[in-house]
Design a protein. Structure first.
Length: 289
């Protein structure tokens, strides 16, 4: 069965804080936010680490109007003995509630009857004394104080007091018009010594805030970007430059070489002709013989 919105029962327990004993009752948790931090027992291994982590974050919790209560089924005398024996526990400034009868552990449904110890449970209680968030985890798993602080500060409404005003994170929300009414009621309740509880404001419909038609937006300019880079072409040369370049090329060309005509040796030609004729006559005479 869920414990959300369950009201904390009337209680009166002894506590150890600031090296002294004190009595804590339900009346002490009304009008402000509270965190009940249950752990199995004093003088255990995991408990000092997470209790120290919570002690280092204690001032941050106090700055937003939230009190921390660590709870175990030990007596307040055991809390003092643990405080005197451990330098880690000496760092704790928040109240350490004693629950030797297990009344608080049963009310928060974390009592392990067979062992007489409480489970590791973290409970966030609103100013009206109702549980608004909680988690219960295995006994050998430690908890994170930063995550617990985030959950507390994530609540929509913080408690204001006449002395401290309103928390910084609520001031930031007050800048939003939707939270202006809620913050005003909180401050007014703080001046009167009362605790105001305001539901999360609902944003007004668009028609009540004044409808504004959407303004036309200019179409984006389309630019084509080629996938591959095109080679850069040289600009065309001027006509005069082209003619001068052609003339220079023509001059560079080699002029055709014309071989001179060979002079004919007419004497040798006639001599060869006479030699052929004489040979022919000689051949004819030889045949007649």
């Amino acid at each position: 069965m869920s414990l959300i919105n369950k009201e904390v029962s009337e209680f009166s327990v002894q506590a150890f804080q600031d090296n002294a004993f004190k009595t804590v009752t339900k009346a002490d948790i009304l009008g402000k936010w509270s965190v009940f931090f249950f752990y199995p027992a004093d003088f255990t291994f995991v408990c000092p680490t997470e209790l120290e982590d919570l002690a280092e974050k204690y001032e941050d919790f106090k700055s937003i109007g939230c009190e921390i209560y660590s709870v175990s089924c030990d007596s307040h005398f055991v809390h003092k003995a643990w405080h005197d024996a451990s330098k880690t526990i000496q760092k704790i400034k928040y109240p350490m509630l004693a629950d030797p009868t297990g009344a608080l552990a049963r009310d928060f449904d974390v009592m392990i009857e067979s062992e007489g110890m409480a489970e590791r449970g973290s409970f966030i209680v609103n100013p009206e004394g109702r549980i608004v968030a909680y988690e219960v985890i295995a006994g050998n798993v430690g908890r994170n104080a930063d995550e617990l602080f985030r959950r507390v500060t994530g609540m929509d409404v913080r408690v204001a007091s006449a002395e401290t005003g309103i928390a910084e994170e609520s001031k930031e929300k007050a800048a939003d018009p939707a939270y202006a009414t809620a913050v005003g009621i909180l401050l007014k309740g703080a001046e009167q010594g009362a605790c105001a509880f305001v539901e999360r404001p609902v944003a007004r419909p668009a028609e009540q805030q004044g409808f504004r038609p959407p303004q036309p937006q200019p179409a984006p300019e389309f630019r084509h970007t080629p996938r591959f880079q095109q080679p850069v072409q040289a600009p065309p040369a001027a006509p005069a430059a082209e003619e001068a370049e052609e003339d220079a090329a023509a001059e560079r060309e080699e002029a055709p070489v014309i071989e001179p005509k060979r002079k004919r040796d007419w004497g040798s030609i006639f001599q060869k002709t006479f030699d052929k004729i004489n040979k022919s006559f000689t051949a004819a005479e030889d045949e007649e013989i």
